[in-house]
Design a protein around this ligand. Structure first.
Ligand code: ADP
Ligand code: MG
Length: 385
């Protein structure tokens, strides 16, 4: 598949964005700092990205007129969410540069394809088996138990996943998931979860960010600690693996590779995300160039920026849960209290409605030492309750 050539965009030219979420909002801000204008295509009004963009096309992602307007006004288009329809990206790619490619996004949209692609680069993944129909559930799967049954598509923040112990559990879970295409993964004992953000431009230049250590609560990222507390050899290996995967996909854009650190197995790739990632938000405040600026630089045909981390950092996600007291009444978290703390950077995404589990914003603590950053993050957490 031949793609349209990337050219260097001039300041005040327009960059297009599919999707209106918080990742898009932070992309807009980074692109605008470089002097670009951003045109967002999203069906919703008042979206986090739409409300800071220079312009918005209010249309469905597959709307022909909307896509045509994006292609006509912009010098290139990028995306901010994983499940953007491949057809939308292919349509755009016929006339303007699209980053990442529909192909790369397609691989990341299906856990089965994703895993075979990654193992194809010689990078280990969790032992797994595809389950496409009830007949696929056989005694041969016993070695993957206890396991996790995941829908092959459309899962995020732990959604579309069921923990299973027996073959009967697998059958029941597969039925509960309406027999959509699934993958059964062996449940591994995780020593740690880490991730690497990699940025690769259209000329094949590639840089990685420092390895991030991730802690989840209820399947949702809660805290990211950078640098990850792993040894230098493992950190170098994670960064090298992320580059191998980006190269194998001929990836152009920002990609996140999530790893498990497993007893006896070392680094195992969990999944990839074809976009900036929640675990890379620390880079806004703690690195010379952030993941969103890299996304803008790549789309604009500019050289990649320096990924050097200048401060140890801890990122704390702010979920909608914090907007409710013990009685379930809505409240506003104590922002003046948080902002009075030194070393704290607050990012709110402008979402009007708080909901339990909804990502409303994040805080990055940037400190002289990682110990100090961890201490302040703890203080932030207890202040917010
Ligand atoms: P999502 O797309 O929702 O992020 P993941 O596949 O990353 O889904 O799973 C969410 C979390 O569940 C992981 O970050 C990890 O903590 C846990 N998990 C997922 N797969 C496994 C596994 N095979 N073994 C152990 N824990 C797992
Ligand atoms: Mg994940």
């Amino acid at each position: 598949h031949k793609s349209v050539e990337f050219k260097t965009a001039q300041p005040n030219q327009w960059l297009g964005l599919l999707g209106g979420g918080q990742l898009g909002r932070m992309f807009c801000m980074a692109a605008q700092r470089l002097g670009y204008k951003v045109l967002v295509l999203d069906p919703a009004t008042n979206s986090p990205a739409g409300s800071v963009a220079d312009g918005q096309v209010l249309a469905d992602y597959l709307d022909d007129a909307g896509l045509a307007e994006l292609a006509q006004r912009c010098v290139g288009v990028t995306t901010e969410f994983e499940n953007v329809p491949a057809l939308a990206m292919e349509t755009l790619a016929a006339s303007i540069p699209v980053s990442p490619s529909a192909f790369s996004v397609g691989v990341a949209q299906n856990r089965i394809e994703e895993k075979s692609y990654i193992s194809g680069c010689g990078v280990p993944v969790a032992p797994h088996a595809p389950i496409r129909q009830a007949e696929d559930i056989t005694a041969a799967l016993e070695t993957l138990l206890p396991g996790i049954l995941k829908t092959a598509r459309l899962g995020y923040d732990g959604k579309g996943q069921v923990r299973v112990k027996t073959l009967d559990d697998v059958k029941a879970a597969f039925d509960n998931l309406n027999q959509v295409e699934c993958v059964l993964e062996k449940r591994l004992t995780l020593l740690k979860e880490v991730s690497v953000i990699v940025a690769r431009d259209h000329q094949g230049e590639c840089v990685t960010f420092p390895v991030a250590e991730n802690h989840h609560r209820k399947g949702i990222l809660a805290t990211t600690i950078v640098p990850a507390r792993i040894d230098d050899v493992m950190a170098a290996q994670a960064r090298a693996s992320a580059i191998s995967i980006a190269r194998a996909l001929d990836y152009v854009g920002v990609l996140c590779v999530e790893f498990f650190v497993v007893e006896g197995m070392g680094l195992v790739v969990n999944e990839i995300a074809p976009r900036p990632h929640n675990s890379g938000h620390y880079s806004i405040d703690a690195c010379v160039t952030c993941q969103f600026e890299q996304q803008a630089r790549i789309l604009a045909g500019l050289p990649l920026g320096d990924t050097r981390q200048h401060s140890p950092s801890v990122m704390v996600n702010l979920l909608g849960d914090l907007w409710f007291d013990a009685q379930g009444n809505e409240r506003e978290p104590n922002w003046p209290g948080v902002l009075a703390m030194p070393e704290v950077k607050l990012h709110l995404y402008g979402k009007e409605q708080a909901r339990v589990g909804r990502k409303m914003g994040h805080i990055t603590v940037v400190a002289a030492t990682l110990d100090r950053a961890l201490e302040v993050a703890e203080a932030v957490r207890s202040l917010l309750g």
